[in-house]
Write a protein that binds this ligand. Structure first.
Ligand code: PBG
Length: 330
């Protein structure tokens, strides 16, 4: 039998393969999440995330310079907040001299071109480890929106380029957009975690910030009343359409690798830029396997990130951003 059509013809050499390559990953696609803590000259490794650290602000700024030199032009910021500053209102999140506000100012001063995207959610500031205010054993949606809007304005005032609400309250994009417009921050964008699932893959992140929901009387022990159920896909599209209508500039889907079907569907239905979060647990799994010699670290990183792009992402939040930039620069 004669085989006329042979897919292997175009795989014969590296040059041919590169000619027909459909997806390209570049440093332009990467966003590095960073954990900041109080102090000076301090760096603590996060044991469940090999290669990732909590750093004081001076060392965070130094790291931002290195990232920028490698071509990573966006950072996503999380604060490790002292227990004494936590309460149920999250008011430390809009303290003009809070650690987040100081961090934004310091990074923008040292690396003005860096796109600074602070996280917007109450969990690092909450005594209960929740993304919202707890009232009568429930997460109070509208009161939380008010707090998130206040936090966003404070972050815009500190110099944030884009605020990134990761809380999953209903209507918070509209609340934040309204507050930003009213205060004149017309150019500050909103990257909305539109389809964020209640996922076990956030475990290492929560240990990094000590922000896991606290078990207790009248406090929900998980985030399932606001984050999405992983059994659902259509609902993600509904979430996305609402955030687009409320004024989001970029749409986030999270987690990444186990949720690429969602990424593909959203890509086919909306034209806004899509961000995908390759979350802490995905990173930890890869690192654990690589440390055991079960996976090739560099190849697995490049494959994972490229596949997230192939599914439709325009940008990827990943703890491997620096490593990937170094690998691509080789
Ligand atoms: C909280 C927040 C979480 C992450 C980013 N922002 C954790 C959560 O929702 O409990 C997780 C990121 C990761 O796992 O890498 N607003």
């Amino acid at each position: 039998m004669i085989i006329y059509s042979r897919n292997r013809r175009l795989r014969t050499t590296a040059a041919l393969r590169s000619l027909v390559q459909e997806t390209t990953l570049s440093v332009n696609d990467l966003v590095m999440p960073m954990f900041v803590m109080e102090g000076k000259g301090r760096e603590e490794p996060i044991l469940s995330m090999p290669g990732i650290f909590r750093r004081s602000l001076d060392l965070t700024v130094k790291e931002c310079k290195e990232l920028y030199a490698l071509g990573v032009k966006a950072v996503n910021l999380y604060m490790k907040v002292d227990e004494s500053l936590k309460d149920n209102t999250g008011k430390e999140s809009w303290n003009p001299d809070g650690l987040m506000q100081q961090s934004i100012r310091a990074i923008k001063e040292a690396v003005p071109e860096m796109v600074v995207m602070p996280d917007v959610a109450l969990d690092p500031y909450s005594i209960y480890g929740h993304d919202g205010i707890v009232e009568n054993g429930k997460i109070a949606n509208d009161a939380t929106n008010h707090a998130l809007a206040r936090m966003s304005v404070s972050l815009a005032e500190a110099g944030a380029d884009i605020v990134a609400p990761s809380d999953m309250m209903d209507g918070r994009v509209a609340a934040i957009r309204t507050a930003l417009e009213e205060d004149g921050y017309h150019d500050v964008g909103i990257l909305s975690y539109a389809a964020k699932y209640a996922s076990s893959f956030y475990g290492p992140f929560r240990s990094a910030l000590d922000s896991a929901p606290k078990d207790g009387d009248k406090v929900p022990s998980d985030k399932k009343t606001y984050q999405m159920d992983f059994h659902n896909a259509r609902e993600a599209m509904d979430e996305v359409h609402k955030d687009v209508a409320e004024g989001a500039d970029i749409i986030m889907i999270k987690p990444g690798l186990p949720y690429l079907d969602i990424v593909r569907t959203v890509r086919s239905e909306i034209d806004l830029p899509i961000a995908v979060y390759n979350v802490s647990g995905e990173y930890s799994m890869l690192k654990a396997a690589a440390a055991n010699g079960w996976l090739d670290n560099d190849l697995a990183i490049m494959e994972s990130l490229t596949c997230i792009k192939r599914a439709g992402a325009d940008m990827i939040f990943t703890y491997a951003a620096k490593e990937a930039a170094i690998i691509m620069g080789k």
